[in-house]
Write a protein that binds this ligand. Structure first.
Ligand code: PLP
Length: 374
């Protein structure tokens, strides 16, 4: 980021001044320009490798009059999801991506000095947005074997009663997921001073694993306040259009979020596309079938290179090498491969790679092999 002049710097909120920049990675266009590569495997953001679903492509020209504002209530999408998940339509919230909902949640609930709990390694926005509101972010670091540290989580929930507890399960970046018993233990430790923000961005992928729990049902039965976040960005291939949703334990939570969101935060095309994507079971099945097959294959191939990766319930793997991650990622860029080096303290040798197409996965592996054997 460019340096701010002293006068601008002093005008910026004291909570925003020290924030880290979000690490969004390199775009295809930037990479092509920088290294003059033509063939690129973009495996840094857990996007769906199969591209825009055909059913979505078919409705893109059919989003109505774009001169008119979109439906502020996302009515068609709302009714579809209420029915699909058997929830009260008024308990649903929608965002310009689920990150939009995370940002709004922070502004609804947090005041300067409030405590927030989350996990490291983390989805960066679970830390950045609370900090932007002046919250104090407490961390329950994962164990050395990259599992959730349930004891630590319970202890911090009880000792600090944080206003918000952000947890992504399956974890991004690790991929590990809480089992039903662990979710129950966490719920039992929640006081009514804490709202649980359960980020299930990889829900559809995790669903294919027989041992993955029914998170929605466990939360519903708990009687505790929560918001369960999901997204159309990952398995449904809509990262470029930005649609996320949340299922709240009660309509009042949705009501407060609706007060603060921008009234038209999900655009006309995105609403139309989300409905089409949710109805396109063929694309979803193809996506999930491929992931179930390709993820263990890639894990094994990494193992064969002497690299261990955490078991994953998502469409990505988190792995460690002997090289500093930023250097390895930079070398991979020269081969046309974009993956995400981890920057958080203690994880500087870790990288996250998304499961791509067969061709992309092979491209990644070949480049990796060349680099680490050089
Ligand atoms: C990708 C991701 C999101 C963001 O999803 P959008 O709907 O694209 O904003 C949120 N949480 C986690 C854990 C993610 O991995």
């Amino acid at each position: 980021m460019p340096n701010a002049s002293p006068s601008i710097h002093s005008l910026v909120s004291q909570h925003v001044q020290p924030l880290a920049n979000y690490n969004a990675g390199l775009s295809l266009e930037e990479l092509k320009k920088r290294y003059n590569v033509t063939k690129i495997a973009k495996l840094a953001s857990n996007e769906n490798p199969f591209g825009t679903p055909e059913a979505v492509a078919n409705v893109l020209n059919d989003a109505g009059n774009l001169a008119y504002y979109p439906d502020p209530n996302c009515t068609e999408l709302r009714e579809l999801l209420a029915q699909k998940f058997n929830v009260d339509a008024q308990s649903l919230v929608f965002g310009n991506g689920s990150e939009d909902i995370i940002s709004i949640l922070c502004r609804v609930f947090l005041e300067a000095g409030d405590n927030v709990l989350t996990i490291v390694p983390s989805f960066g926005l679970h830390i950045l947005y609370p900090q932007s509101c002046g919250a104090n972010v407490l961390i329950a670091e994962m164990t050395d074997s990259l599992e959730f540290d349930i004891e630590k989580i319970v202890q911090l929930l009880q000792s600090h009663q944080p206003k918000l507890f952000f947890i992504a399960s399956p974890s991004n970046p690790v991929g590990t997921a809480l089992n039903g018993g662990q979710i129950q233990t966490i719920l039992d430790a929640l006081s009514d001073k804490t709202l649980l923000v359960f980020d299930e961005a990889y829900y559809e992928y995790a669903q294919t694993d027989a041992d993955y729990p029914d998170v929605q049902q466990i939360l519903e039965h708990s009687g505790k306040p929560y918001i369960l976040l999901r997204t159309l960005s990952k398995a449904y291939s809509l990262a470029g259009l930005r649609v996320g949703y949340g299922i709240c334990s009660e309509p009042s939570i949705a009501g407060y979020i609706d007060k603060l969101r921008t009234p038209f935060n999900v655009n006309r095309i995105a609403q139309k596309a989300a409905v089409a994507a949710l109805n396109d079971t063929t694309h979803l099945e193809k996506t999930l079938t491929w992931n179930t097959q390709a993820r263990p294959t890639l894990l094994e191939q990494l193992n064969e290179l002497g690299i261990s990766a955490a078991p994953s319930h998502g469409n990505f793997l988190f792995f460690k090498t002997d090289f500093p991650a930023t250097e390895l990622a930079e070398e991979l860029l020269k081969h046309g491969v974009i993956i995400k080096p981890w920057l958080e303290k203690g994880y500087e040798n870790y990288l996250r790679v998304s499961i791509g197409t067969q061709d992309e996965n092979e491209h990644f592996l070949a480049a990796l092999k060349t680099i680490i054997n050089a």
